[in-house]
Design a protein around this ligand. Structure first.
Ligand code: F6R
Length: 623
């Protein structure tokens, strides 16, 4: 996730507007920033790694001249945060003629880059975005000015627009992008496919942005671009077209009644709620991971003598779920270990034959990094899964995967957890292919099902949110909860418990349901709330027995089950339904979502701030 913003205005000096607009998008990414403007037929550029204020302090982003410009605040996906990899990205000319800013992921950038290099294009950055600038350059056939004007008159399409359209037709992947060129310094061409893009329309000029807050202080007239659309912005007009057939689309601006603060959270009351709702998009991003990274990582896993997964908190729960996935799908035994315990448990036994898979959203958690360091000193191989390119974990890992969830601002991990699970399940499937232990039919089924998850999560949010909110209202004064599951659902139960404890401050207990009668069931009295995680599959039948044990002791039974699972529903005092058809081994990705919402609602019911729970920090960089 990144933020893009730019404008073409009637008055000079748009650079400060762009910087301030980007600042309001910083929640979308903040590892580097850049701007390009055009004046007197020349591109002016400033960009560097760092947050907007840091870069501005260093090189004054506001003194770029001109009435037209584009800007970008980055959350790296391809290429570490650096000045070269910061956007805008440019064509080959010196000085450059085209500047492009982009939010999204170009799936086929490696192939396009190869083709362009064969045609003589020289790449400077490691970004996927740079291919777009070179493609536009390639398609922009230079003609004398008079001819160019004739082309516009005849076809209604300017050469820049034509070059951008042709380039878009070659891109696979997601994008919200904008291009400017010194050849046509009066316009911005922007386009959208799957990444958000909104236009701000005003008498003083036109704006484009990843999100409304960027231009909200400048105009309240907004047009939401849809997938497959392109817009040409000039200081006094805008045109929207369908990319595939150039058909003009007439769409009136909407008058917004948002305050800038509301807009930053896209109208959600908290970042956490916004991030819960962003899960379908984040999950779709994980399905775009390049095979070569999955392949490389699984090659190491396949050869490993022992695999130890280290992580803390929610990331540890992802590892716990992954240990079931690796065992069931790829027949690989792995050991999930809480990172702060790693040194005690493994400081002697880890060795050159050990493989450590470290999982950390931030890539900066001190306990996880300390475990990695201990293992490194014993010559173990380090593999990483993180959300932050350029984080310490990416630097110390032999191979790493970036999950591409975009920044998570709420302290409690939500979208990064489900994305971790999605990546880990893809690794398990990839490894299964290598090991040949399960049939190709089973692999195909899992691969098909994983594609359905983003939509299922969308459905859960849409259909269950109000039901879960009523449940939170009803249970708000309970003093303790049990969260129980069997098999992989133990990880879901532990995560649900952690969310509830850290946000709503309700001490709760989670454990494998089979353990109840070995002690914890003695806590049960009439009305004691017990959540059961009940996906269909191997564990369901025995779990029904566990539910019945609790019911016999008059516990308040709340289940998360598959849509229409009447047997479970009959046993439940309350139930939350999840779409049918996901194999148990993938179930934590969907089953955890209503439980995240439950924790969120319990916190707000009790008047607590879910974005900033007491005593907690987003990234724990001390041990
Ligand atoms: C809980 C939560 C924490 C983190 C833990 C590890 O909602 O967010 O438990 O999961 O601090 O953080 P990362 O993944 O950054 O290593």
């Amino acid at each position: 996730m990144c933020g893009i913003f730019g404008c073409v205005c009637k008055k000079e000096n748009v650079a400060p507007l762009i910087r301030k607009g980007l600042k309001r998008l910083e929640y979308r990414g903040y590892d580097s920033v850049g701007e390009a403007t055009i004046k007197d037929g020349k591109l002016f550029i400033k960009k560097d790694a760092g947050k907007i204020d840091e870069v501005h302090k260093k090189c004054n982003l506001d003194d770029l001249p001109g009435r037209i410009g584009v800007g970008h605040t980055r959350w790296a996906t391809h290429g570490a945060p650096s000045s070269i990899n910061a956007h805008p990205q440019f064509d080959c000319s010196s000085p450059p003629r085209f500047a492009v800013v982009h939010n999204g992921i170009i799936d086929n950038f490696a192939e396009l880059k190869k083709e362009l290099e064969e045609k003589g294009h020289v790449f400077k950055s490691k970004t996927d975005t740079e291919v777009i600038a070179h493609l536009i350059e390639e398609h922009f056939v230079q003609k004398p000015q008079a001819d160019a004007r004739k082309t516009v008159a005849k076809t209604g399409i300017s050469k820049l627009e034509e070059a951008v359209s042709k380039s878009l037709s070659q891109l696979d992947g997601s994008y919200a992008l904008a291009a400017i060129s010194t050849y046509e310094p009066d316009k911005i061409v922007c386009a959208r496919n799957e990444s958000p893009l909104v236009l701000g329309i005003s008498e003083n000029g036109q704006f484009f942005a990843s999100d409304i807050p960027a231009f909200l202080p400048l105009t309240k007239n907004a047009i939401f671009m849809r997938n497959g659309e392109l817009a040409v912005l000039k200081d006094d007009s805008f045109t929207i077209k369908n990319i595939s057939d150039q058909r003009i689309i007439l769409r009136e601006p909407k008058l917004l009644d948002w305050t800038p603060e509301m807009a930053e959270k896209k109208g959600y009351t908290h970042f956490m709620l916004k991030e819960i709702h962003e899960q379908p998009e984040a999950l779709r991003n994980t399905l775009r991971l390049q095979d070569k990274y999955l392949d490389l990582l699984t090659t190491f896993l396949d050869r490993a003598h022992e695999v130890i997964m280290v992580a803390c908190g929610t990331s540890y729960h992802a590892c716990l779920a992954a240990s079931y996935m690796f065992s069931k799908v790829s027949y690989l035994a792995t050991h999930p270990v809480i990172a702060s315990e790693f040194s005690e448990q493994h400081s002697r036994s880890a060795n050159i034959d050990s493989t450590i898979l470290a999982v950390s959203q931030s890539g900066e958690t001190a306990d996880t990094l300390a475990a990695v360091e201990t293992a490194r000193q014993r010559a173990a191989t380090i593999l990483g899964l993180t959300n932050v390119v350029g984080s310490t974990l990416t630097r110390v890992s032999r191979v790493y995967i970036v999950q591409q969830s975009g920044p998570e601002i709420g302290v409690a991990a939500t979208k990064t957890f489900t994305s971790q699970l999605s990546v880990l399940s893809q690794l398990a499937i990839q490894l299964a292919k290598k090991r040949g232990k399960i049939s190709t039919e089973e692999i195909d089924l899992l691969e098909d099902k994983i594609q359905l998850i983003p939509e299922m999560v969308e459905q859960i949010i849409e259909s269950q949110e109000s039901k879960v909110s009523s449940l939170a209202k009803k249970l708000r004064d309970e003093k303790c909860f049990f969260f129980l599951g069997r098999g992989i659902s133990v990880a879901t139960a532990l995560e649900a418990r952690l969310k509830l404890m850290e946000l709503a401050y309700v001490p709760s207990i989670a454990f494998p349901a089979g353990e109840s009668k070995h002690g914890p069931i003695s806590l049960i009295q009439e009305g004691f709330p017990v959540f059961f995680i009940c996906p269909p599959g191997e564990t369901r039948k025995t779990l029904i027995g566990n539910i019945s044990e609790m019911k016999a002791r008059e516990a308040n039974i709340i289940t998360v089950c598959e849509e229409g699972d009447e047997e479970i529903i009959q046993l439940s005092d309350d139930y939350i339904e999840v779409p049918r058809g996901l194999p148990e081994v993938l179930s934590p990705i969907t089953y955890v979502v209503p439980l995240q919402i439950f924790a969120y609602r319990m916190a707000t019911e009790k008047g607590y701030s879910p974005d900033m729970p007491r005593n907690l920090a987003k990234s724990v960089t001390v041990r």
